[in-house]
Design a protein around this ligand. Structure first.
Ligand SMILES: Nc1ncnc2c1ncn2[C@@H]1O[C@H](COP(=O)(O)OP(=O)(O)O)[C@@H](O)[C@H]1O
Ligand SMILES: [Mg+2]
Length: 236
């Protein structure tokens, strides 16, 4: 299965979601080998992975791959060899600028495309202007891809009722795109856990003596598992 986190807009949580999905408890129970693939010349995840390697952290059943070429053949070859060795591929697909070609290849390649989006008219119009035209093209060319595009509401206040967010998006989204029945809450732990190449689970052990932080990380781990379960339920 190939899952892509896509947004032409930056700073919507793509990389955070990609990493945490790949290292989630849920996905690691369901899949024996997981590839985390970054298609971004900036290499946010690449740097994080290098930090991990320097610290000697155990990657478990997750491997990391960085593909920055925008040549279609190089992209396809890279993905092909990764899919030969992994039963789950999670792609972090970049936004503006050079992102366009990647976005097109990747969206066409993914079994499920998850689009992290804030509840804001700004994000909605960016989506309608940039990503939606690509989705329409893909669905026109490959009709089976219809029903494979999902918005995930992000930066949602932790006390906000998730159903309200979902209803909101179901109202404003075009028919080719649905809203996942889950949200990615805003929590400061997502901004802090990954310093020095840590995953949420590893960060939990680092802050184990701090009750408040531990409670936060546990909430985050639960958020991610719920998102993973919701994604896999849609993928069936
Ligand atoms: N759920 C969240 N709550 C709080 N901060 C978040 C959350 N998700 C991401 N962030 C922070 O927002 C910034 C952008 O996230 P990132 O995953 O890098 O976005 P993108 O890959 O879409 O550009 C980062 O500083 C990240 O730590
Ligand atoms: Mg990113």
């Amino acid at each position: 299965m190939v899952i892509g986190f896509v947004q032409t807009k930056g700073g919507t949580g793509k990389s955070t979601l990609a990493v945490n999905t790949a290292f989630s408890r849920y996905m690691n129970q369901k899949f024996s080998s997981i590839a985390l693939v970054e298609l971004d010349s900036q290499g946010t995840l690449k740097n994080w992975w290098q930090d991990r390697e320097e610290m000697g952290y155990d990657p478990g059943n997750v491997s990391f791959h960085h593909i920055s070429s925008t040549q279609k053949e190089v992209f396809q070859q890279g993905i092909k060899s990764i899919s030969d060795y992994n039963d789950l591929i999670i792609m972090d697909i970049p936004g503006e600028g050079t992102g366009k070609l990647h976005t097109r290849f990747a969206c066409a390649y993914c079994d499920l495309v998850i689009i992290p989006m804030r509840m804001s008219t700004n994000d909605e119009s960016a989506f309608m202007n940039n990503l939606y035209p690509l989705i329409k093209q893909i669905v026109r060319a490959v009709p089976e891809k219809k029903g494979r595009f999902f918005v995930l509401p992000v930066f949602v206040h932790p006390l906000q009722n998730w159903q309200t967010c979902v209803n909101y998006f179901e109202e404003v989204l075009p028919s080719q795109v649905a809203c996942l029945p889950a949200v990615f809450p805003s929590r400061s732990v997502y901004e802090n856990y990954n310093r020095k190449g840590l995953t949420l689970k590893e960060y939990a052990t680092v802050v184990a003596s701090n009750k408040k932080l531990t409670a936060q990380v546990e909430k985050a781990i639960t958020d991610i598992d719920k998102i993973c379960k919701t994604i896999l339920d849609r993928g069936r």
